[in-house]
Design a protein around this ligand. Structure first.
Ligand SMILES: *Cc1c(COP(=O)(O)O)cnc(C)c1O
Length: 223
């Protein structure tokens, strides 16, 4: 079995320049995060608020923490105050409003990605294409001061069909390119597309992602 450090080095060498690696450390202990950190990794993703807050406190300050799970309203304050750099899983306007309020109150800036609903599974959350278009041409996003809308996040269907998954990633990439035209009116930094996990990152890279979120392929199975 390869070590966490080897896996980090290996991913860094395999990912094209310009693709950011988010090491998803959820359910893994701080020692695992430290092993990845010592191998040079600085961007980590967590998906549960409580675990997030606890880990941030125990680990070095120069880690760039991403929140990638469903963020409940009553956890926004804690996650913002803990020092989240980016919330990748924003799935409602209400959550944007809460993040804006809490980030402003804390004197922080928080980057966010808007989650796109692409997968076939009914359970997957996120904005529809039409909702995203409405949001990105409207006044609301321009009024945000402490929240920076940096791009999109997507999860493909959990199916064993590379062509189907690649097709979904390609659709999100072209949606991202379209929306970037709208976003250009108010932002020069709508530049991030996060898609691809342990099993499908190579397809996301093929489709032109700029960020991948890798958990088990770095840290092993979650127990
Ligand atoms: C857990 C998780 C990942 C990482 O999944 P792996 O298959 O372990 O790489 C990526 N994105 C999100 C949103 C997750 O919840």
């Amino acid at each position: 079995m390869s070590s966490i450090a080897d896996n980090i080095v290996d991913f860094k060498s395999r990912l094209p320049r310009g693709v950011t690696l988010v090491a998803v450390s959820k359910f893994h202990p701080v020692e695992a995060v430290r092993a990845a950190y010592n191998a040079g990794q600085r961007v980590f993703g967590e998906s549960r608020a409580q675990e997030f807050v606890v880990k941030v406190k125990q680990l070095p300050d120069d880690i760039c923490w991403h929140f990638i799970g469903h963020l409940q309203s009553n956890k926004v304050r804690a996650v913002v105050r803990a020092g989240v750099a980016m919330v990748e899983s924003v799935d409602s306007k209400h959550l944007l409003e809460l993040l804006e309020a809490e980030a402003t109150a804390a004197g922080r800036t928080v980057d966010v990605l808007l989650e796109v609903r692409v997968a076939r599974e009914e359970t997957k959350t996120g904005f529809s294409t039409d909702e995203l278009r409405d949001l990105l041409v409207g006044e609301f996003v321009r009024s945000l001061r402490s929240v920076r809308v940096r791009g999109l996040m997507a999860m493909a269907s959990n199916v064993d069909d590379d062509a189907a998954v690649l097709g979904e990633f390609e659709r999100v990439r072209s949606l991202f390119d379209d929306l970037r035209q709208d976003a250009m009116a108010w932002s020069t930094r709508f530049d991030t597309l996060s898609m691809g996990m342990s099993d499908d990152w190579h397809l996301a890279v093929q489709a032109g992602t700029t960020m991948v979120r890798i958990g088990s392929a770095i840290f092993g199975a979650r127990i």
